[in-house]
Design a protein around this ligand. Structure first.
Ligand SMILES: Cc1cc2nc3c(=O)[nH]c(=O)nc-3n(C[C@H](O)[C@H](O)[C@H](O)COP(=O)(O)OP(=O)(O)OC[C@H]3O[C@@H](n4cnc5c(N)ncnc54)[C@H](O)[C@@H]3O)c2cc1C
Length: 222
């Protein structure tokens, strides 16, 4: 629950204090609370989400359970070779190893132990596609959209709204299947057009998505 602190907080009031309620902060808070710690999240804004709330919700996390579920089992050396080429002098072996070890753990934890589900970035290519060992899919994961109308009003009030300029009439369309669906519709693809029709709430027996500035039932780690 989001509230202003009235009682003084001392060094041992909470096990973990997280500053910032974006993906980084909230992921840390959830993981710590799941491990049994008492957690305080401090957020400067009057809504949660930070830049994360405006993002597409896609994250680069190679060698995850989502990739393996699609039959892709890449070698660690291939992924490291790509990072070495992309990062050049900034490449750090220790940090790279830590990231590549914990990113799949993070995906598995949230996907199997929390309400946040991911969809595989099966067809999302690595950004630097001309580098050696660049991936052509399955190294990314996207936050699966949730229907924010199923959340209570008090929780919805805490969510940062979509950035209107990067949305479709205020509706986020970058997460989960939406990205592919809307891109396909732009090419005139029938399945894509059906997806858009459904998302705009125009199809029969489908939940309305309410494309307004405040409505977002497509959320990243929000
Ligand atoms: C339009 C857009 C699209 C993007 N798409 C992608 C994408 O698809 N994939 C990707 O990987 N990245 C993407 N990014 C980048 C990504 O969103 C950010 O790198 C990521 O969200 C940063 O997460 P964070 O938790 O570190 O910070 P944030 O999500 O910004 O959260 C920081 C929080 O800390 C709070 N805060 C700051 N200072 C204080 C303080 N002193 N006290 C208390 N609270 C404080 C802020 O108010 C904020 O809520 C995108 C960004 C944008 C804007």
């Amino acid at each position: 629950m989001m509230s202003s602190l009235t009682d003084p907080v001392t060094a041992d009031t909470f096990d973990v204090v997280v500053v910032g309620a974006g993906a980084g902060g909230l992921a840390s808070a959830v993981r710590a609370a799941h491990g049994g710690a008492s957690v305080l999240v401090l957020e400067a804004a009057d809504v949660c989400g930070g830049a994360t709330a405006w993002s597409g919700g896609w994250l680069w996390a190679p060698r995850s359970m989502l990739a393996r579920a699609e039959g892709v089992d890449e070698s660690l050396d291939d992924v490291k070779a790509y990072l070495r080429a992309a990062l050049g002098d900034d490449y750090d072996e220790g940090r790279t190893d830590a990231f590549l070890r914990t990113a799949p753990e993070m995906i598995e934890f949230f996907h199997t132990r929390t309400a946040l589900k991911f969809v595989p970035g099966s067809r999302i290519h690595d950004v630097y596609g001309d580098l050696p060992h660049a991936g052509t899919g399955n190294r990314s994961a996207g936050a699966k959209p949730v229907n924010a109308r199923r959340l209570s009003r008090s929780v919805r009030r805490l969510l940062r709204g979509q950035l209107y300029e990067t949305s479709f009439l205020g509706m986020g369309i970058m997460a989960g299947d939406d990205l592919g669906g809307f891109l396909a519709a732009a090419r005139g693809d029938l399945k894509g057009l059906w997806h858009c029709t459904w998302r705009l709430g125009l199809a029969p027996d489908r939940p309305r998505a309410a494309p307004t500035r405040d409505a977002s039932w497509s959320t990243a780690a929000r």
